[in-house]
Design a protein around this ligand. Structure first.
Ligand code: SF4
Length: 75
């Protein structure tokens, strides 16, 4: 898979989140470079919009992103 299309502007990828996880380099490889379609931030951005991404959401927060998407689809 190619790099995530949000990579240049993504606060997680660019170390701009207030609390970056210790394993952030590994997450960047796993999600941003390989499997971005599974990233919680990417999923929220593409369905609800970039502005809806919580500041403290990490790529692996899939449960949280799924809950957000379910709530969004109920509207
Ligand atoms: S995969 Fe997720 S964390 Fe990585 S650049 Fe894309 S939106 Fe940001």
């Amino acid at each position: 898979m190619p790099d995530c299309e949000l990579l240049v502007e993504c606060p997680f990828f660019n170390d701009k989140l207030r609390k970056m996880p210790k394993a952030s380099d590994m997450m960047k490889k796993m999600y941003c470079k390989w499997h971005y379609a599974k990233c919680a931030r990417y999923r929220v951005a593409t369905v609800i919009g970039k502005k809806a991404i919580p500041d403290d959401m990490f790529p692996g927060d899939t449960r949280r992103s799924s809950e957000m998407l379910i709530q969004y689809e109920k509207k």
